[in-house]
Ligand binder design. Structure first.
Ligand code: ADP
Length: 604
């Protein structure tokens, strides 16, 4: 019940805030539908009684005026209601479409705001999928749910009208309709219960099925799928899930069929008994022929209205339980705390970063990736982090960027725990290029300057030149407007690995943030190109704080300090010369191992 109340309140509030015109449409529909329904019950009785009087010998001239009036009224009401309903339905349809996009946007925006750790949490991913599906055709979204509310209001009004009519002419019809309805409602509730039960099962299967289909159709994965010949494996997986879904649908249809037959039987019995009862009243002349018609029409209407109310109540419950998944997603726990504090303006001198006794393990994992790590990065310092794969370098960056919360210890910027800073302001501190950065299927320009601010063409040109991508960009068919990937434009290009990395680095440079981080985004570049980029970067970053992660130690030489990560902590720390001088040091050994590849035939 709570989920229905919450969902309804949410939908009503959202509709009132965003599109109050929707309520105008419902009001117009309400007036039109009520008048049209009552007309269809009352006017046939009035017409029939007048016609019967004429056939029984009453003078036509006395009754003709009324007969014409009733006929004209029928036509006039029909035309008017059709016109107003047309307008109202059109407006409602447009608003429904608008809300569909609005809710999709809300899901997207919330997914971006959610704590990063949830992006790897299967429960959160499932919830996102349920929110998306629950808010689409399963519930019909905002308008789908408000339609149910509208149907209840309309049918309650019509019900009051026809009950009064029946009560005055053929009162026994009321219990007959009511009993039939209770039986049918029970049967319908069973059918809906089966639907809801299967929704959860189907949603999970659908997520896996959609994922496989997406991979198969995705341009970016095309190479891997072809080269590893994994399309058959993918196809088998998709088929397996599709078969499982088909089994569920089949099982559901069979289970529901029994209840559908029950509904048909109750309907037949109800109509037979009703006709018999009213027919007897008419034969015994307790009611007129017009009343007979009115009673039958009212009974049908009463039944329809009652059924509509019950179906709408159940429907609203069902739709709300689907749409509630959307609300649950929106208030998905933001486990990470965030503060209000602003960063101190250091006048462009950068910030001091301190890791104090930091230990960390990933959510849902017992293994510590970092333990008792202490490190200070001074204002404007250029730090290089090296270490073997899995040493925790990227994790260190993720913690600094507040994508995860430390398990123990604290990270401070300018002496204040980073959790105390306001989130948006904090994020602006960083320009990061991760190893697994992603480019968008938009133009090259939009990839370099993806923010909301007006694009600074000169700066784009400058950063592309600095990363060595400008010349390549000039050769593209539409220059900077060339689309990356072919998802939206067949003339789109797939950049080489190195070009993609240069694009990502250009994006970081363009952002102009006080702390710049390169987490080994240069692996696809040859050593000389990487050396060039790091050298350039070092000059470009200038007085800003910079953190570089690279496997190639030649790139570390420019840095003020080098931190060597091993055994879940900072094992060695110092300048390049200091670390190389430690004969048994990890860094020295790594350096010696790599140096042999770069020594030319003269030993230089
Ligand atoms: P590096 O950047 O030094 O190669 P990472 O920081 O990426 O190392 O990874 C450190 C360790 O943390 C590895 O053992 C890795 O498997 C683990 N790890 C990384 N990401 C996750 C995650 N999301 N969940 C659980 N473990 C993770």
């Amino acid at each position: 019940m709570r989920e229905v109340r919450r969902t309804l309140a949410f939908m009503l509030r959202t509709a009132w805030r965003e599109k109050p015109a929707l309520f105008g449409s419902y009001l117009l529909l309400f007036v039109g539908d009520t008048v049209a329904t009552m007309k269809s019950v009352l006017i046939p009785k009035l017409l029939l009684d007048e016609l019967l009087l004429v056939t029984e010998g009453a003078p036509l001239s006395e009754h003709l005026r009324l007969i014409v009036l009733y006929a004209a009224l029928t036509v006039a009401i029909d035309v008017l209601v059709r016109a107003t309903n047309g307008v109202a339905d059109r407006t409602k349809g447009e608003i429904a479409q608008w809300f569909q996009e609005y809710c999709d946007m809300m899901i997207g925006e919330h997914a971006m705001k959610m704590d990063y750790e949830h992006t790897e949490d299967p429960d959160a991913l499932d919830q996102l999928n349920k929110a998306r599906e629950g808010m689409s055709w399963y519930s019909g979204g905002v308008v789908g749910i408000l339609d149910c509310v509208y149907r209840i209001a309309l049918n309650v009004t019509v019900l009051c009208g026809v009950t009064t009519l029946i009560f005055t002419r053929c009162p026994l019809l009321l219990p007959i309709q009511l009993i039939a309805l209770l039986m049918i409602s029970w049967l319908t509730a069973r059918i809906n219960g089966i639907d809801t039960r299967n929704f959860v099962r189907l949603s999970r299967l659908n997520r896996i099925f959609s994922y496989v289909l997406f991979q198969l159709a995705s341009f970016q994965y095309g190479k891997d799928i072809r080269l590893y010949d994994s399309s058959r494996m993918m196809g088998d997986k998709a088929k397996e899930k599709s078969d499982e879904m088909a089994d569920i649908w089949r099982e559901q249809a069979l289970e529901q069929m029994r209840y559908s037959w029950g509904i048909d039987i109750v309907n037949v019995l109800r109509d037979g008994i009703s006709y018999f009862y009213i027919g007897m009243l008419a034969v015994r002349r307790v009611i007129s022929v017009g009343d007979f018609t009115m009673c039958m029409l009212s009974a049908a209407q009463l039944y329809n209205s009652l059924q509509n109310i019950i179906i709408s109540v159940m429907d609203i419950k069902k739709r709300c339980s689907y749409a509630y998944q959307f609300i649950l997603f929106l208030d998905y726990p933001a486990a990470m705390q965030t503060g209000e504090r602003s960063l101190v303006d250091t006048g462009g001198k950068g910030h001091v970063i301190t890791f104090c006794d930091v230990s960390f393990r990933y959510p849902r994992s017992d293994k510590y990736v970092l333990r008792h790590l202490n490190l200070t990065i001074r204002q404007g310092e250029h730090l290089s982090i090296v270490g073997l794969n899995g040493a925790g370098k990227t994790t260190f960056i993720k913690l600094l960027c507040r994508l995860y919360e430390v398990t123990e210890g604290e990270i401070c910027i300018d002496g204040v725990n980073i959790m105390e800073y306001a989130e948006e302001e904090y994020r602006k501190l960083f320009a990061v290029v991760f190893q697994d950065f992603r480019l968008f299927a938009f133009s090259l320009r939009e990839n370099v300057a993806p923010g909301l601010e007006a694009v600074d063409e000169e700066r784009i040109e400058q950063v592309l030149t600095q990363t060595g991508l400008y010349e390549d960009a000039q050769k593209l068919s539409d220059g900077l407007d060339t689309m990356i990937y072919k998802s939206f434009d067949e003339k789109g290009v797939e950049l080489s690995g190195g070009q993609q990395q240069k694009t990502a680095i250009s994006r970081a440079l363009y952002r102009d943030a006080p702390i710049v981080i390169l987490d080994e985004p240069t692996a696809a570049l040859d050593p000389v190109a990487e050396y060039e980029i790091y050298r350039q970067f070092h000059a470009l970053v200038g007085g800003k704080t910079a953190i570089y992660i690279s496997h190639r130690l030649s790139s570390c030489r420019f840095c003020d300090h080098i931190a060597v990560f091993a055994d879940e902590t900072v094992k060695e720390y110092g300048t390049h010369d200091e670390l190389v001088a430690r004969a048994d040091g990890i860094y020295a050994e790594m350096f010696r191992a790599q140096a042999q590849y770069y020594v030319d035939s003269n030993g230089a």
